[in-house]
Design a protein around this ligand. Structure first.
Ligand SMILES: Cc1ncc(COP(=O)(O)O)c(C=O)c1O
Length: 397
């Protein structure tokens, strides 16, 4: 037996990237990771639901899962989307995936060739950005304000691409409690964005994973409900209303899109053990659980906003989100939160800098702060600690 470590260096594919298996330690105050509230995680309810569903249909586990995922959970998703998002869909329009991240990756693969132009919000979920880059998309961010994507900017970007002879493949948007920006796109904006995209023959790829985390204000209907011609592709997740560790999400799209996306599914289907527990639990307790979680998250959001006011007032700006998990902190131009991020982690407060979420690498003076996981007290203290660290290193007065 050889004691030399085997050398893989000349075997790796060109697409593989170094550093994908992150081992960064969790800081004392973690505002970086996008985790929901752990206290309201319904462990007892999930355990009971799993037991009940195994007794009822556990023998199904002897087979490989249905290719589109557990039919009863797809029905639950379809019913929820019809009720909550005004979507006219049935179970056959829904495909489950191992988290919405997998659904997004499958759709990106089905729709993206190297060099294709794809449009996004100017800052958006880094997991999707990474997938787009992995398939060598030319990712172009469109300017946003607190109401969502700016229609004039979208139109001129589409025109500009057309003038260069380039075809835009799709517009990816997180219209509700946007990650990382926090706003919800208004109904008027959604209609304008959809109409502009329709004129240019561009589908809208709607990522609605935060929609249930509303603490106040009125729901805005989905892009999907505003369209009846198959122009909208929709993804959602159970990560934010249950737990990311369950790895369960879904996509809704026209038949041919689902068909192509599923050609990129590996691993023998979606975990039916988790699907059974989720279906049984949510069938009985979905809205009660969501209300409880939102009550907890709202207190944390308020703690973050209060602490920002006390510790960052005059040195930074932010908006108060009506839901979701994030506050977007903006420091003056020239403050480099990208360069400082690692030091901040080391000193005990984790955040993600704005440039991580930008296709062009802009936003070094901005940061996303997630208030979902720490307790409200910890959120409050952590923001004060972040201000002390910034002061100590001369990033603010
Ligand atoms: C906007 C958005 N979409 C998708 C995901 C992926 O979530 P999951 O794969 O856990 O469903 C996340 C995770 O944070 C997200 O913020």
């Amino acid at each position: 037996m050889s004691t030399q470590p085997f050398d893989y260096q000349h075997l790796f594919s060109k697409a593989s990237k170094v550093g994908a298996r992150s081992t960064f330690p969790r800081p004392k105050y973690d505002f970086a990771g996008a985790y929901p509230d752990p206290e309201t995680l319904p462990l007892q309810g999930l355990a009971q639901a799993l037991k009940d569903s195994l007794e009822r249909e556990g023998a199904e586990l002897a087979y490989y899962p249905h290719t589109a995922g557990l039919p009863s959970l797809r029905q639950l998703v379809a019913d929820k989307l019809a009720r909550d998002r005004n979507m006219k869909v049935g179970a056959d329009d829904v495909v489950l995936a191992s988290g919405s991240g997998e659904a997004i990756a499958m759709l990106i693969q089905a729709l993206t060739d190297p060099g294709d132009v794809v449009l996004t919000e100017e800052f958006f979920y880094v997991g999707t950005l990474r997938q787009m880059r992995r398939y060598d998309a030319d990712v172009v961010g469109v300017k946003c304000d607190e109401q969502g994507i700016v229609p004039e900017a979208l139109e001129s970007t589409l025109q500009g691409q057309l003038a260069q002879g380039k075809r835009v493949k799709y517009l990816y948007t997180i219209p509700t409690f946007q990650n990382p920006l926090g706003w919800t796109m208004t109904l008027e904006r959604r209609k304008q964005v959809l109409e502009i995209c329709r004129r240019f023959g561009v589908p809208v790829f709607e990522d609605d994973c935060y929609v249930d985390l509303r603490f106040e204000g009125e729901d805005v209907t989905s892009f999907h409900s505003l369209d009846d011609g198959g122009q909208v592709i929709y993804v959602g997740s159970f990560s934010k209303i249950l737990a990311p560790g369950m790895r369960m999400g879904y996509m809704v799209a026209p038949d041919d899109v689902l068909d192509r996306a599923m050609s990129f599914k590996g691993g023998g289907g979606v975990n039916e053990f988790a699907a059974m527990a989720i279906e049984q639990y949510l069938r009985e307790s979905m809205y009660q659980h969501i209300d409880e979680e939102n009550r907890a998250l709202r207190v944390k959001r308020d703690a973050m906003i209060a602490s920002l006011g006390e510790n960052f007032g005059g040195s930074a700006t932010w908006e108060v989100p009506q839901g979701g998990l994030y506050v977007w902190l903006e420091m003056p131009d020239g403050v480099d939160l990208e360069a400082f991020q690692e030091q901040s982690f080391r000193e005990g407060v984790g955040y993600y800098n704005g440039a991580m979420f930008s296709p062009s690498g802009d936003g070094k003076n901005k940061a996303r702060l997630c208030f979902g996981h720490p307790s409200a007290d910890t959120v409050y203290q952590g923001v004060a600690e972040l201000a002390r660290i910034f002061q100590r290193h001369g990033l603010m007065q």
